[in-house]
Design a protein around this ligand. Structure first.
Ligand SMILES: Nc1nc2c(ncn2[C@@H]2O[C@H](COP(=O)(O)OP(=O)(O)O)[C@@H](O)[C@H]2O)c(=O)[nH]1
Ligand SMILES: [Mg+2]
Length: 361
């Protein structure tokens, strides 16, 4: 089997913020191929069955799984297929929320979390919307920072960004994952979608300014598994399960990764084009010489062929990745994206297509 690239996502959020539930719903959505021809599956067959069984349990009986797994950090070894081709090893890391609480540098969970953060291409900062039922103000900010553990998440991520900067490496992309978005309903009832986004962006700016930093690409994504009305019910009405926006964060993570990779491939194509032109010219000018040997002629021709083949492979890769980039871009809809502190105009960016965000609450 050919090597496929790795993509690592770290989910950081306090206990009960909705990390595992998001992961399950997201997995069920992507395993079903609902993201425009991209499919997710789990290399670990047991985990795969468990995730799908838990999702089915929620959908048929309205029961959330026990949080026994909260005792340990958990790594899900997914593979993302583009059509029938395996494209990426997609590892998702579901941290034990408790690791965020301790400032003990020797704590094994903290050590593991740092190691995983180092490898992460994308970090999801998870905030439950139960803390966003009122507008964030300078007065209530400290309280919300504490109960969401978002300050600790910022600290860990900031450290990692600093470490990468010192090494000349790129920071991870950032998704602000606003789980339990059904709980925003009373706050925004009857208001147009762009009011919700405008206010939520300002809330996030106060809670998690890191997402607005220079060199950071971020997305703010409200997600919901259903309309449950409360923040931590073990038992809900099965028909109230109505997932929304579960795949958009993944599409964003992939887009960001592809954007970086495509820029590199485009540079490699330019370089390969130059090499090819030089080889071709060298072959031509040797061919024009009066004294030539067949062996040398063959060597020049072989060099041209090799350069042409390399150029063709790179061009093909760029074409495939560019088309994937377009397919994924269509999945994002008009969710707020933040690049270098500038909020891209989500309200006007696309008005039709995708169902995302239209009914976030
Ligand atoms: N209202 C609402 N509650 C949710 C939603 N998703 C999860 N929950 C609740 O949040 C609880 C904790 O979620 P869990 O995923 O275990 O959190 P974790 O500790 O961060 O992994 C669940 O048992 C559900 O009751 C949602 O979309 N809406
Ligand atoms: Mg969990």
């Amino acid at each position: 089997m050919t090597e496929i690239p790795d993509l690592k996502v770290a989910l950081l959020g306090t206990t009960n913020s909705g990390k595992s539930s998001y992961l399950q719903g997201m997995y069920a959505t992507l395993a079903a191929g609902l993201m425009n021809g991209f499919f997710l599956y789990c290399r670990d067959r047991k985990l795969d069955l468990q995730l799908l069984a838990e999702w089915e349990e929620l959908n048929t009986n309205g029961t959330f799984p026990e949080t026994t797994r909260e005792g340990a950090s958990f790594e899900y070894p997914f593979v993302l297929n583009a059509g029938i081709d395996p494209w990426l090893n997609f590892d998702m890391l579901d941290y034990r929320g408790g690791a965020l609480l301790t400032s003990d540098d020797e704590d094994p969970d903290v050590i593991r979390m740092r190691a995983q953060l180092r490898a992460a291409h994308s970090v999801y900062a998870v905030i439950s919307c139960e803390h966003l039922t009122k507008r964030i103000t300078p007065e209530n900010r400290a309280q919300v920072l504490m109960s969401t553990k978002i300050a600790a998440i910022s600290t860990h991520l900031q450290r990692e960004i600093g470490r990468r900067r010192a090494e000349g490496a790129k920071p991870p992309s950032v998704v602000v994952l606003l789980t339990k978005a059904d709980l925003l309903r009373p706050r925004f009832q009857g208001q147009p979608g762009d009011v919700l986004f405008k206010e939520i962006v300002e809330d996030v700016r106060l809670l998690f300014p890191l997402a607005f930093q220079k060199h950071i690409s971020a997305m703010i994504c409200p997600v919901r598994l259903g309309y449950f009305g409360t923040a931590d019910a073990r038992q809900v009405q099965a028909p109230s399960v109505a997932p929304n926006n579960l795949m958009q964060p993944i599409a964003f993570t992939l887009l960001h990764r592809l954007g970086v990779a495509n820029a590199e491939t485009a540079r490699a194509v330019e370089q390969a084009q130059r090499t090819f032109t030089q080889a071709e010219q060298a072959e031509k000018s040797y061919g024009a010489k009066f004294f030539r040997t067949v062996a040398k002629e063959d060597a020049f021709a072989a060099a041209t062929r090799a350069a042409a083949a390399k150029l063709a492979v790179l061009r093909e890769q760029l074409a495939v990745d560019t088309s994937r980039y377009q397919d994924l871009g269509e999945q994002i809809g008009h969710l707020p994206l933040i690049q270098d502190g500038t909020v891209l105009d989500f309200a006007s960016s696309s008005s039709s297509s995708s169902s995302s965000s239209a009914d976030v609450q």
